[in-house]
Design a protein around this ligand. Structure first.
Ligand SMILES: Cc1cc2nc3c(=O)[nH]c(=O)nc-3n(C[C@H](O)[C@H](O)[C@H](O)COP(=O)(O)O)c2cc1C
Length: 303
């Protein structure tokens, strides 16, 4: 097995395969099913300053080729995460942890970053500026390049030795502009993408399935859209891109490297195939040159 470690900003990860945020909670829930130590890392469920109860049920709705979710950022809040969840995860040897955070204001982002700044036990922060299920400002942060640049800067300044990833929404026309803003703000990577906005209706009631109407769509159906967004980001920035969206096979993961990604995250597919991330690690490690040669070089536009 060859060396497939990657560098993202100041941090070296043992390989480029991660579990996406929100898929396995704070990760200890999935420990019996996935050997987390074998992965590049796990991105934990997005946390906010204060605990959130999330949206009314139903929260998950299966579709033929993907899944709609409307979780609404339910989470234990910063204090419990730092005091309980992260230490639990840190008991497992050698697990790379990226902490996903969201905030409603710049001030809250500063507070979150200052809390994490002196801490050990995590590799970096992934900023969720793109969750489509939350009311208010959070919805707009990821669509506003000036704000993305500013938030990236104020967080990076406070965690210079950690890796800062900005997770972008696919629900915009020009993802390249937002990615460039994050890079200018000092982000170490772009994580692309979060869920697409979708909706489904109940034929009996005639109403949307979810109380809030729209929800986040993920799973195999979004693969080509996610690949396209990664491709666009790769043309816009020179920092690494972490590709996310619809990965259900080893070959799906390989396509993200062809699109210009340096790393990937597995999301929805983990629910029916918890062994997939480890198989992707094995496949890449069998031929490390493939990953290195394809990543980025092939991302330059053909026309
Ligand atoms: C049930 C569920 C919960 C999610 N929660 C979060 C979250 O808390 N923060 C976040 O940044 N993304 C969240 N996501 C989005 C995923 O991290 C990922 O970006 C998206 O699902 C696309 O990847 P996939 O098609 O492989 O699932 C969630 C997705 C699902 C399905």
């Amino acid at each position: 097995m060859g060396d497939i470690s990657i560098q993202i900003g100041p941090v070296r990860f043992k390989n480029p395969v991660f579990i996406a945020s929100g898929i396995c909670g704070y990760a200890e829930e999935y420990s019996p099913l996935v050997n987390l130590s074998r992965l590049g890392g796990v991105v934990t469920k997005t946390i906010t300053m204060l605990p959130r109860a999330g949206n009314l049920p139903p929260r998950i709705h299966e579709m033929p080729h993907g899944m709609l979710n409307s979780i609404g950022l339910e989470n234990v809040g910063l204090d419990r995460y730092v005091n309980e969840k992260l230490p639990q995860l840190n008991q497992r040897p050698d697990v790379g942890v990226m902490v996903s955070v969201a905030a409603e204001t710049e001030d809250e982002f500063i507070k979150l970053a200052e809390r994490f700044a002196p801490m050990d036990g995590y590799a970096g922060l992934e900023l969720n500026l793109s969750c489509p299920n939350v009311k208010g400002e959070a919805l707009d942060q990821g669509r506003n390049p000036q704000l993305v640049e500013k938030i990236s800067r104020i967080v990076k300044e406070r965690i210079p030795k950690k890796s800062l990833w900005i997770k972008v929404t696919p629900n915009i026309t020009d993802v390249g502009t937002v990615a460039r803003a994050a890079e200018q703000g000092g982000a170490d990577a772009i994580a692309a993408v979060n869920t697409l906005v979708g909706i489904d209706f109940d034929l009996e009631t005639g109403k949307p399935v979810f109380a809030r109407g729209s929800a986040g769509y993920s799973g195999p159906a979004i693969l080509p859209i996610a690949l396209q967004k990664v491709w666009e980001c790769a043309k816009a920035v020179s920092i690494p891109i972490v590709g996310i969206g619809g990965i259900a096979t080893i070959d799906d993961a390989r396509k993200f490297f062809l699109a210009g990604a340096t790393a990937i995250q597995v999301g929805t597919s983990l629910y029916n195939d918890p062994g997939l991330p480890e198989r992707i690690v094995d496949a890449l490690a069998e031929n490390p040159e493939w990953m290195r040669a394809r990543a980025r070089a092939s991302a330059s536009p053909a026309a």
